[in-house]
Design a protein around this ligand. Structure first.
Ligand code: PLP
Length: 380
């Protein structure tokens, strides 16, 4: 099955009793049994499994080419579930530019439980090789990163992790499986903030893990069941509905993203545009190798270098909504240093390049002429 068919049919079947094309929203916490320990169907209690969640999890596994998909109450809940696989003394190597909430969880929750984190520039893989020791248990990639669009070469990192028997996890939120398939490139597990492109309509907070092997899937399933941050039936339905149009939305996000980049690149007030599709982007070659397009996420800063210019721009945009989050049908604009990445200490932020004049755009699927006009006016 090709990707554009998988988004609609992957792991799905009609309801056997009614023929319903979409699964019902099984808004129930529990399921009747005929005799103690003998449920009528396959379900017992909705924390362990719920039919609407089962349908979504099958779709997730299908679109990411994994053996097992798991749906969580948020992207961070998915990451949290994975991190419970590790114990004090274990070491994890992560990229030095990460979603702020992921960085906060690593450094403020799990560091205190004795897990050691190393944040490295994955541009030079010797940084990874030199850190690996017998305690190293996982490499965590986010590619492209939020908000600087840094990339990591997934296949090259996978060679290192495989040779050392280390787990490779990839946050695939920005690219989505429409553009990039980490499990095919050698990763063991993919994480998503399904809040973003997978659901695509800014109407749900959700997360996902997709394991390459059934064995890892079983282990994560146990952790999910035992800790309980599962996604509710209605939210599962919404994410599943979103996935059905993922390919169409992503196609338009990419087209609009490229046009916005072209406009910004030629604007006298704009200094640097961060977008993996730009030939000048430091990771463009890797992007061409492992992504089939470049997406709708675009960041840029100002020639003036002034925070006031970025704030002024963000107060003036009309079609672009000033808001956190990304990946919805509507265009959003965000100030990473003041909003999504405010939890990263200022010196760390500056070190990786999240300057006070940086703006991040999530280019939606509206008419491109209207979007450009909005940007043009806001930059006047
Ligand atoms: C939003 C986001 C997350 C966190 O997901 P939530 O659904 O908000 O918990 C993780 N990684 C990336 C890249 C994100 O954009």
């Amino acid at each position: 099955m090709k990707f554009n068919t998988k988004t609609i049919h992957g792991g799905q079947h009609h309801d056997p009793t009614t023929g319903a094309v979409m699964p019902a929203v099984f808004q129930t916490s529990t399921f009747a049994q005929t005799s103690p320990g003998k449920p009528i169907g396959d379900y017992v209690y909705s924390r362990s499994a719920n039919p609407t969640r089962t349908a979504l999890e099958a779709a997730l596994a299908s679109i990411e080419n994994g053996a097992k998909g798991l749906a969580f109450s948020s992207g961070l809940a998915a990451t949290d579930c994975l991190l419970r696989s590790f114990k004090a003394g274990d070491e994890i190597i992560a990229m030095d530019d990460l979603y702020g909430g992921t960085y906060r969880m690593f450094t403020r929750i799990y560091k205190d439980s004795g897990i050691k984190f190393h944040f490295v520039d994955m541009n030079n893989l010797d940084n990874v090789r030199s850190l690996i020791n017998e305690n190293t248990k996982m490499v965590w990639l986010e590619t492209p990163t939020n908000p600087l669009m840094k990339l990591a070469d997934i296949a090259a990192v996978a060679k290192i992790t495989k040779a050392n028997n280390i787990l490779l996890a990839v946050d695939n939120t920005f690219a989505t499986p429409y553009l990039q398939n980490p499990l095919d490139l050698g990763a063991d597990v993919v994480m998503h903030s399904a809040t973003k492109y997978l659901s695509g309509h800014s109407d749900v907070v959700a997360g996902a893990l997709i394991a390459k092997t059934a064995e890892l899937g079983e282990q994560l399933l146990f952790q999910q069941f035992a800790t309980g941050a599962t996604l509710g039936p209605m939210d599962c339905f919404l994410v599943l509905r979103g996935i059905k149009t993922l390919h169409l939305r992503m196609q338009r996000h990419c087209e609009n993203g490229e046009k916005v980049v072209e406009f910004l690149s030629n604007h006298p007030k704009v200094k640097t545009v961060f977008y993996p599709g730009l030939v000048s982007h430091p990771f463009h070659e890797i992007a061409k190798k492992q992504m089939s397009g470049f997406g709708g996420m675009v960041s840029f800063n100002f020639v003036s270098g002034k925070k006031e210019d970025s704030v002024d721009f963000l107060e003036k945009v009309r079609l672009f909504t000033l808001a956190e989050s990304l990946g919805g049908v509507e265009s959003l604009a965000n100030h990473p240093a003041l909003m999504t990445h405010a939890s990263i200490p200022e010196d760390k932020r500056k070190e990786v390049g999240i300057t006070d004049d940086l703006v991040r755009l999530s280019v939606g699927i509206e008419d491109i002429e209207d979007l450009i006009e909005d940007l043009r006016k806001a930059l006047e």
